[in-house]
Design a protein around this ligand. Structure first.
Ligand code: AGP
Length: 607
């Protein structure tokens, strides 16, 4: 996902633009650049690859100017090289863009026919040249922006500089978030509040279709129809410190270790310790009347949704299906009215999940979202918002967002069960109490960090790794495999342990480590049998269970990771931590870019 930053400042903005881009690196990118105005003329510096390459370029060719825009590009159209790096410019405008212009080829043909020459392979250049064409036709910058936005199809967040106008910049959003920041005689724009955190805490999030003219004095915001509008200025809680790594080596490591705290914060907002009951707040529909719950998400969020299905079916006794958003949205199922569509997303901006939400809305479903970024499109489009309180998650590999999603989903399942009369007060108290013990238990699990680091060293040269689990540990097996794949680049697969005999057991030999998640639930014995079958064929098993569980397997285990005893209900939350640590330490030993793994973006805001 691309990152945008723009500044109208009191002094040279280039260093501040680069700092802003650094705070957007977590989104994933493969080139970067800035543009400023010097004596009214556009000056650009761009570089392929990481931000350090741009910094080196600026050290050799510094650029002045008190107004500028910057961009980190995650390539969609056009290879990631300097030519295609943003800002994309003509003599008259410089543009940075996050999103996809769906009709850029049509616009390119039209503008080429008018004699304009394209220099890049990007969709964004159609925006820059369309603006230029309108300026050449005599429009002023505001008119040119309005006329151009009317021609664009697709998703965009834009920031635009105009040659000869160093007293304002114009920004616009449709489908990709954009935040305006208010300074003291300075103004800022960024893809999110993180980009602007050290510059200001006073933030306005543009609404869908809004565009704004920023001057040093403030912002004149218009809606999609061009009508002046006021948008709330909010104090963001983010600060430079909050989004630093602290004493940790990577954001992912910091976020793994933040889990006891943020799990506690998330629980605190949902659980009443006096009545020992769950309180979700105001719910705009009747939980007891729900005929079906459809859970939809992508990636790690999909895995938390899979776990929620077990809880909703077993505890709340409500029919539930779970699906990945990119399949659901095109399968376009007929959905019986009276159902709830529940979307899970850390960013609240994942394109496929958002499209699935809009489809479910069209099918008359109640819409609930479990989201971490509260200034996001999904939050704005939901009937019920269930926040995770994980704080900013910078590492591309999702960790604390996952476990806090599980906390929210567990509380939601309890609330639905209570509403439907599937559990009594005593059972609710028992389940809730098990949840309240998770933060302390999670801290105990983190104490095994060194042991897991040793195991990581033993697995470092594996070519393939298998993760196995049953019940709610099956989605965890998928999650463990995803974590390892996405940050260490080692191929891994998650499997339902009961499926081994149906094929995967053919993979077992001494070169394929098997990570078995075996929480103390009613399926433990069956999982323990799978462990014996795998070891009997030379498989090297790393078993994650409690002490009693590990003791049932003789000493032929390759490694055992002991988890504190816990209620089976909360096991998925605790058992997620060792699989996160294992992937993290293997990736660190392999020397990959743990926080920004190759090819990945933190939020996939394009299909
Ligand atoms: C997980 O580690 C990945 N970063 C990815 O699978 C992620 O969970 C997925 O892209 C969904 O993102 P979201 O939660 O922001 O919707």
């Amino acid at each position: 996902m691309c990152g945008i930053v723009g500044i109208i400042g009191k002094a040279a903005v280039a260093p501040l633009l680069v700092d802003g881009l650094r705070r957007l690196e977590y989104r994933g990118y493969d080139s970067a650049g800035i543009a400023t105005l010097i004596d009214g003329a556009i000056e650009r510096r761009r570089a392929e690859g990481k931000l350090d390459n741009l910094v080196r370029r600026l050290a050799v060719e510094p650029v002045q100017g008190n107004i500028g825009i910057g961009h980190t590009r995650w390539a969609t159209h056009g290879v990631p090289n300097e030519v295609n790096a943003h800002p994309i410019a003509t003599e008259r405008v410089a543009v940075v863009h996050n999103g996809i212009i769906e009709n850029f080829q049509e616009l390119r043909r039209e503008l080429t026919g008018l004699g304009y020459v394209f220099q890049t392979q990007t969709d964004t250049e159609a925006v820059a040249i369309m603006l230029t064409r309108h300026l050449d036709d005599g429009m002023d910058p505001r008119e040119a922006v309005a006329a151009t936005l009317a021609r664009l199809e697709g998703a965009f967040a834009l920031a635009i500089l105009f040659a000869g106008h160093d007293d304002f910049l114009i920004c616009a959003r449709r489908g990709s978030p954009l935040a305006i920041g208010y300074g003291d005689g300075e103004m800022f724009v960024g893809s999110d509040a993180l980009a602007l955190a050290p510059l200001t805490r006073r933030i306005t999030y543009l609404e869908e279709g809004d565009w704004a003219v920023l001057t040093a004095k403030g912002a004149a915001i218009s809606d999609a129809a061009g009508r002046p509008v006021e948008r709330a200025v909010k104090e963001t809680a983010l600060s430079g410190a909050l989004i630093g790594k602290g004493n940790y080596r990577h954001f992912m490591q910091k976020e793994i270790f933040e889990q006891p705290g943020v799990i506690g914060d998330t629980l605190q907002a949902l659980f009443n310790p006096t009545t020992r009951s769950v309180n979700l707040g105001e719910i705009p529909f009747d939980l007891a009347a729900l005929t079906r719950i459809t859970v939809i998400a992508c990636g790690t969020s999909f895995h938390s949704g899979m776990i929620a299905k077990y809880w909703l079916e077993r505890i709340a006794r409500v029919p539930c299906e779970v699906d990945i958003a990119s399949e659901f949205r095109y399968r376009a199922p007929d959905m019986a009215t009276g159902g709830l569509a529940l979307f899970i997303s850390q960013s609240g901006e994942t394109a496929d999940t958002l499209a699935a939400l809009r489809y479910a809305r069209s099918q008359g479903q109640h819409i609930a979202v479990v989201v971490n970024q509260l200034e996001s499109s999904m939050v704005r489009e939901a009937d019920l918002v269930l926040p995770t309180r994980a704080g900013p998650e910078i590492g591309v590999a999702s960790t604390k967002a996952f476990t806090t999603q599980l906390v929210v989903l567990a509380c939601f399942a309890i609330a639905v069960a209570r509403a439907r009369g599937s559990i009594d007060a005593a059972r609710e108290a028992a389940l809730s109490t098990a949840l309240t013990e998770v933060p302390a238990r999670a801290s105990e699990v983190l104490n095994h960090d060194e042991k897991i680091q040793e195991i990581a060293a033993a697995l470092l040269d594996a070519r393939d790794v298998l993760y196995l689990g049953r019940g709610t540990a099956y989605p965890l097996a998928l999650e463990g495999a995803l974590k390892l794949k996405e940050i260490s680049y080692i191929h891994a697969e998650g499997y339902a342990a009961g499926e081994m005999k149906h094929g995967p057991i053919a993979l077992i030999d001494e070169k394929v480590p098997i990570i078995v998640l075996a929480p103390p639930d009613e399926l433990f014995e069956k999982t323990a049998s799978n462990v014996q079958e795998v070891m009997a064929r030379g498989g090297k098993v790393v078993m994650i269970s409690d002490e009693a569980g590990l003791a049932t397997i003789d000493d032929r285990l390759y490694f055992g990771i002991p988890i504190p005893p816990c209620d089976a209900f909360v096991a998925p939350i605790l058992y997620a931590i060792p699989i996160q640590l294992l992937a993290y330490h293997i990736a660190v030993l392999k020397g990959t870019d743990v926080d920004q793994p190759r090819n990945l973006a933190k939020s996939v805001t394009v299909e």
